[in-house]
Design a binder for this molecule. Structure first.
Ligand code: PEP
Length: 262
């Protein structure tokens, strides 16, 4: 089954930048890519600002016809009701969000999100027509005890259970020890785990989904290492944290196809 997977470079801003700073970053990123002659069809770009910035980003992207997809950093398992502080997929869809990050290790760690909560959020996203970016990854301790792929594969199996065969999902392999540490996984490790995660998608969702689903690597990605990950056959893009907050650096990551040796 031959399928071309459009690479996806996604910027997770985490709890950084207010709505005014959002305008500045989105515009600067857009102008930098445009001035560099970047062909927007070659790589999909998505930005994931905080909830309070989404409306601003949506308006700007729409008004200036900026070729970036918009995503949220979390979603409620509920549609509406007495859930103070939660944000429904209905609202995200109304803001033209295409993606939503689910199961980021920071939510698993600081908000006690279990695999079951992650699975419920994946269902909520799909129900509202959003594409879940399902984050999985092992801690340093897991790596030592179980190797690299066992924990992320187990997390993904639970997250995807019950999805229809035509579900549109993105998987992000993010070793917890690599996030924000400056110490990325090796391209070989990323490839090994991403290939295993693709097998999980094929087994749980369906063979065709395994072929078309994009599997990203995340964890200390920067312009100096992105090309080495993107050379791997099962790595279809990157989820980028810190480096996505700097327009020139994120633009250089997006333009990895122009790096020497790619
Ligand atoms: C992340 O938090 O998703 C991430 C990959 O962060 P960083 O790129 O800063 O390691």
């Amino acid at each position: 089954m031959a399928v071309t997977r459009t690479p996806l470079i996604a910027g997770n801003w985490k709890m950084n930048l207010d709505h005014l700073q959002t305008v500045a970053l989105v515009q600067k990123l857009h102008w930098t890519l445009r001035d560099a002659g970047h062909e927007s069809d070659s790589v999909e770009v998505a930005v994931f600002p905080p909830f309070t910035d989404l409306r601003t980003a949506q308006t700007l992207i729409d008004a200036d016809k900026i070729p970036f997809a918009l995503g949220a950093q979390d979603i409620s398992t509920h549609d509406s009701g007495a859930y103070t502080g939660e944000v429904s997929g209905t609202f995200l869809a109304k803001l033209d969000c295409r993606y939503v990050i689910i199961g980021h290790s920071e939510r698993r760690e600081y908000h006690a999100e279990t695999d079951e909560v992650v699975a419920a959020k994946v269902q909520a996203a799909v129900k509202h027509g959003l594409v879940p970016v399902v984050c999985v990854g092992e801690t340093a301790e897991d790596l030592e005890k179980f190797g690299a792929s066992a924990v992320p594969a187990g997390q993904l199996e639970i997250a995807l259970a019950g999805l229809p065969a035509d579900a549109d999902v993105v998987v992000a392999y993010e070793p917890v020890w690599a996030i924000g540490s400056g110490q990325a996984a090796t391209p070989a490790q990323a490839q090994e785990v991403c290939a295993k995660l693709r097998e999980v998608v094929a087994r749980v969702v369906g063979e065709e989904a395994g072929v078309r689903t994009r599997v990203l690597y995340g964890g200390s990605v920067k312009s100096a290492n992105i090309a080495s990950f993107m050379r791997e056959p099962d790595v279809d893009g990157a989820l980028v944290g810190g480096a996505s907050l700097v327009a020139d650096e994120f633009a250089a990551i997006i333009r990895y196809q122009k790096h020497v040796g790619v």
